[in-house]
Design a protein around this ligand. Structure first.
Ligand code: KDG
Ligand code: MG
Length: 402
């Protein structure tokens, strides 16, 4: 089954999304997501200039060999651009293999381990009142697990909180905006937020919170302790994880479950965190961590140590990644939870899919492949527009983690 064509489709239906489409000689094609928020065109060039020419003529069935060829063969390993490009190829090839077998992807991975994948939605508000109203909205929509983010007194824009109408979207068109951050204000406020949520919504709903890499390990330990009475499902990205050992300090101090890794791109980013059992959930995802093939390595290592998955699922991960993730979640024995943010209407005009949200769970598509398709004519109606994630500064102007 020779690969005869591979093309990169760049489109901006509501936000910039990059898709790789691979076609084979017998007419079966597959797609993979190649979106790296704010650095989209770097992956486009990597694919077009260095990967696509090497794919033409190869046997699409040899997924593992092609993965190794692109990873080991390039000499320069890892990094978000490389691993996103490899992921796009890998997911497209799994899509092709599953279509050729006439099976939904989860069947090829090993079959169903559960009926649906527990999903968490994003509640947010500029203040406590708005945040509580937003949690109420998600409860009414059937969510059993809800991430809660809230604005801080006297800070104009805060991570995870929408500005104006519509859902929260951090990437803005044009050059990067700048935001301000105050760790002391955050640490004073966040226990109040979760106390109010528990008081209003009881014990049953699973609550999650994203710290978005803004604390030192010692500060994260303090916040984890302060949040213990509210029994979070997990506290996410409490501190940057380049220093994996930093999590030892947090782990010793608190029983609040810890999740990290949406920016990870290989198993090596998570090795100590997993093998030392410093985290409970690994958030590395298919699109940024080398595709289904490499995510199997990460998830299998995690499974040995009782660590579960909590795939990143914001809207910069295209419907292709979400579709593929739901297959992985449906199969993986040590699945934990799936982040779920519905895509914009324009995005859904470009991508069709067979998965659905029902009663708090994501239900996998039964179509052969991963079940997501792109309408290239519609994609062409939305040309790329430069857009960036914001840059964060402390109140004194110091550049900080975002
Ligand atoms: O591209 C970055 C976003 O996907 C990220 O900021 C969202 O942290 C995020 C999350 O947990 O969804
Ligand atoms: Mg996050």
């Amino acid at each position: 089954m020779k690969i005869i064509d591979a093309r990169v489709i760049v489109s901006s239906p509501g936000r910039n999304l990059v898709t790789l489409k691979i076609e084979t000689e017998d007419g079966i094609s597959g797609i993979g997501d190649a979106t790296l928020n704010g650095r989209e065109l770097a992956v486009v060039a990597y694919l077009q200039d260095h990967v696509v020419p090497c794919l033409i003529g190869r046997d699409a069935r040899r997924i593992e060999d092609i993965w190794q060829y692109l990873y080991r063969g390039a000499y320069w390993r890892r990094g978000p651009v490389t691993m996103t490009a490899i992921a796009a190829v890998d997911v497209a090839l799994w899509d092709i293999k599953a279509k050729a077998a006439g099976m939904p992807l989860y069947q090829l991975l090993g079959g169903r381990s559960r009926e649906g994948a527990l999903a968490y939605g994003h509640a947010d508000g500029r203040n406590l009142e708005e945040a509580l109203a937003s949690v109420e909205k998600y409860r009414k929509a059937g969510y059993r697990a809800i991430r809660v983010q809230c604005g801080l007194p006297d800070i104009e824009k805060v991570y995870g909180v929408h500005v104006g109408e519509g859902p929260y979207e951090p990437a803005q068109r044009g050059l990067p905006e700048e935001e301000r951050w105050s760790t002391p204000a955050y640490m004073r406020f966040v226990p109040t937020l979760f106390a109010a949520v528990r008081e209003n919504f009881g014990e049953e709903v699973a609550l999650l919170h994203d710290v978005h890499h803004r604390l030192t390990p010692n500060e994260a330990a303090r916040v984890g302790k302060d949040l213990e009475p509210y029994r979070l499902f997990f506290m996410e990205d409490a501190t940057p994880a380049e220093n994996q050992e930093g999590f030892r300090l947090i782990r010793r101090a608190t029983t609040t479950p810890l999740a990290t890794g949406e920016v990870f791109n290989s198993v090596w980013d998570a090795k100590a965190l997993i093998t030392e059992q410093l985290i409970d959930y690994v958030r590395a995802t298919i699109v940024h961590a080398g595709g289904i093939s490499h995510m199997r390595t990460i998830a299998s290592l995690a499974g040995l140590y009782g660590v579960r998955t909590g795939f990143h699922g914001a809207t910069d991960l295209s419907p292709v990644t979400l579709g593929a993730a739901i297959h992985f979640d449906t199969w993986l024995p040590n699945f934990g939870i799936q982040e779920y943010m519905a895509h914009a209407e324009e995005t859904m005009q470009v991508f069709s899919h067979g998965h659905r949200f029902e009663d708090g769970y994501l239900i996998v598509s039964e179509a052969p492949g991963h079940g997501v398709e792109i309408d290239e004519a519609k994609a062409a109606l939305y040309p790329y527009q430069p857009a960036y994630l914001p840059v964060n500064r402390l109140e004194d102007g110091t550049v900080w983690d975002w």
